[in-house]
Ligand binder design. Structure first.
Ligand code: ATP
Length: 339
């Protein structure tokens, strides 16, 4: 099959990550053409708002995009793209990475599905007099439905249980609405085991017995906290990929953008030593969304396999360059595809 995808270029190590993605697309059995938008800081300063409009136009045409880290100066390109593209769900797999040192001795493999809008994050609040402040917390049915449908489908395809978590006993109206939506959705997926947890208890349970958790769906702030906690447990905030989704009325994916979790790493940019694991994981999610499910799974497994064998970039103690590591992953992936 041949595909056209959008590619949003960034800053720092972005060009090396882009090179890695192009190499993967050239070497693996998939034909991909790119429609590029340069979202580097320099170009954003020069071109302004029209760049974002072009990015939104391209992603509407191609359905899928890959984005590299961008420098945030006063405005966050990610926040602008989220609004323009109406991303309502963020999918963030977090997995223990061989070779990444962690204080946590157990192994984690969870998929966090986070509602990307609302909660308290859209209202900075206001003062009441000098000594009090309030903010409004918004929970809307539509993104809850989109996130829960996505999460149930993911649980179904991965044959894993789904946990939904919130503080529904205390925030009974807002979190209650979220839980009601999940309960209703669970009737459409009778083959998926669904468990409900209080969010604070969930944090403790993940630490005590991470193997009990597969797919977890949560509201915006909880997802933010949970992503960082689980990344902390696996020892890295930067080695993960994520997918940002917007949906059609019928619940199918309208557009999706895939990016690495880490930043622009200006200190190592241009040295061919940055770790491409996160962008490779993001590409694996892209493949799965495109329908190239086996290819996505093989790419992810191959990356983990190379890391298990102790081969890595210098940040993980290895001596591979970015390109060498990418080549090894591709070689492993091609081997797996042949068997
Ligand atoms: P930004 O402003 O974009 O967040 P930053 O340098 O403040 O950039 P990160 O990009 O997250 O934040 O970098 C934090 C540290 O982690 C840096 O020392 C960087 O070199 C390292 N780092 C980040 N990403 C990678 C990567 N892909 N490979 C190797 N090291 C990385």
């Amino acid at each position: 099959m041949s595909y056209v995808i959008s590619e949003f270029l960034g800053d720092g190590i972005g060009s090396e990550l882009s090179h890695c993605v192009h190499t993967i697309m050239q070497e693996l059995p998939v034909e991909v053409e790119f429609k590029q938008v340069d979202l580097s800081l320099e170009n954003r300063k020069r071109e302004g708002k029209k760049l974002y409009d072009q990015a939104a136009e391209y992603i509407n045409q191609t359905k899928f995009a890959v984005k590299y880290p961008t420098t945030t100066k006063s405005v966050s390109p990610n926040a602008i793209l989220r609004k323009l593209c109406k991303f309502s769900v963020i999918h963030r797999p977090v997995v223990s990475i061989p070779g990444v040192k962690s204080n946590f001795t157990k192994s984690i493999d969870v998929d966090i599905v986070r509602i990307a809008t609302g909660g308290t994050y859209e209202d900075p609040g206001r003062l009441i007099g000098n000594d009090s402040a309030v903010s409004i917390r918004i929970v809307e049915r539509k993104p809850c439905e989109e996130a829960s449908r996505f999460a149930f489908k993911l649980a179904q395809s991965k044959k894993k249980a789904l946990t939904s978590a919130s503080k529904y006993t205390i925030q009974s109206v807002t979190d209650g609405l979220f839980q009601d939506v999940i309960d209703a959705m669970s009737k459409e997926f009778p083959d998926v085991t669904h468990r409900k947890e209080l969010f604070d208890a969930l944090l403790a349970k993940i630490i005590i017995k991470p193997e009990d958790f597969g797919i977890i769906v949560v509201l915006n702030e909880y997802g933010d906290f949970l992503s960082d906690m689980t990344c902390g447990l696996v020892g890295s905030l930067g080695i993960g990929g994520s997918g940002n989704y917007s949906f059609n009325q019928d619940g199918s994916i309208r557009v999706a953008m895939f990016d690495p979790a880490g930043g622009t790493a200006p200190d190592i940019a241009g040295k061919n030593i940055c770790n491409p694991t996160a962008i490779i994981f993001a590409v694996s999610l892209l493949f799965e969304a495109m329908g190239e499910v086996m290819l996505g799974a093989h790419l992810r497994e191959s990356t983990l396999n190379i890391l298990v064998n102790g081969e890595s970039t210098p940040d993980l103690g290895g001596n591979c360059t970015t390109q060498e590591f990418t080549t090894k992953v591709i070689g492993e992936c091609l081997k797996r595809l042949e068997t």
